[in-house]
Design a protein. Structure first.
Length: 326
């Protein structure tokens, strides 16, 4: 197949580009950089384009739209431009594709103490969503209202991770400071995670089934994780077992979030203090989705990648090129 992948210089887009190129598909990658990594050029035809502007995309069978702004400190107008206007532009440019796959986010849901099913997004007062979550929800509505693909899928992962991740891993590893692992409150919350490989399998399931019409699915690992265990496993794997654990009161970080200090934003505070677990019954039933990876299985791979790029300090800087160093 000929597959367009937007956001190919980002973590998820880079992984999907490598994944589908390795399976023999012809990849047309789209990104904003004028100097794409050589590894990207080696496995795809690269198109430099900014999805927030009107763009032209060549004929293809599938469009996987990964491009977007995932920054909870970004201005709401910038989020709207990237995640709503950008989605609309790609929707029009890729209207000729029979199959469209749009990457959304679990941030379209409100936090809850029960597993979340697809119909729950947008059913309550959306004013409690983060600016990022609202922009992704509005992007979904653009797709549901205007997509002209024969088959159209919106996929909602939760905290995608794996070797090449320059978003989640750097943020979690910033909790390690001077041989101390800082726990923000108890961090005893239940959460879903989505390994890159499992997301790629969900995309493949969409391509293989090609159900007519528009469909929305959660995508996550088999396991439900406890955040403190996730941070502890990542930190000890990459920083060693000699870390001292320190728990600081949540209220300190809540105060920092109101002052917009460092990584501490209201969305971050919710993430480390509220449950968010995705129910994946629907995608399993409809598409036969079967995740194969989880955090424990991927720790060694992630550690090899982190050491190869120069260690945890390099990863913490979250350089964009890291997505193509896996």
């Amino acid at each position: 197949m000929k597959i367009i992948i937007t956001g190919a210089t980002g973590s998820l887009g880079a992984f999907l580009t490598r994944w589908f190129a390795a399976k023999g598909h012809q990849i047309i990658s789209v990104g904003r950089t004028s100097d794409p990594p050589q590894a990207l050029l080696a496995c795809s035809t690269y198109i430099r384009a900014d999805v927030t502007q009107l763009l032209h995309l060549p004929e293809a069978d599938v469009c996987i739209h990964c491009a977007g702004l995932a920054d909870d400190k970004a201005d709401p107008a910038a989020l709207f431009n990237a995640n709503v206007v950008g989605t609309q532009n790609v929707l029009w440019a890729a209207a000729h594709c029979k199959l469209g796959i749009y990457v959304s986010s679990s941030s379209v849901y409100l936090y809850a103490d029960h597993p979340l099913v697809e119909e729950m997004a947008g059913e309550h007062d959306n004013k409690h969503l983060s600016d990022y979550g609202m922009s992704k929800l509005l992007g979904e509505r653009v797709v549901l209202g205007h997509a002209r693909h024969e088959s159209c899928f919106i996929l909602r992962p939760r905290a995608v991770y794996g070797a090449g991740d320059k978003v989640l891993l750097p943020r979690l590893l910033r909790l390690v400071r001077n041989d101390n692992l800082i726990s923000v409150g108890e961090m005893n919350v239940h959460m879903s995670l989505t390994h890159f490989s499992n997301f790629a399998l969900a995309v493949e399931a969409c391509m293989n089934n090609a159900l007519p019409g528009k469909h929305v699915y959660n995508v996550a690992d088999d396991k439900v994780y406890v955040l403190r265990d996730v941070v502890r496993k990542l930190a000890t794997t990459m920083c060693g077992n000699g870390l001292r654990e320190k728990t600081l009161p949540l209220w300190i970080f809540t105060l920092l979030s109101t002052l917009e200090v460092g990584d501490y934003t209201p969305l971050f505070i919710n993430t480390i203090s509220r449950n968010l677990v995705l129910d994946t019954t629907k995608i399993r039933r409809d598409l036969g989705y079967q995740p194969v990876m989880n955090l424990d299985m991927s720790l060694e791979e992630i550690d090899r990648w982190v050491q190869a790029i120069g260690g945890v300090d390099v990863l913490r800087r979250a350089d964009p090129i890291l997505a193509w160093s896996a």
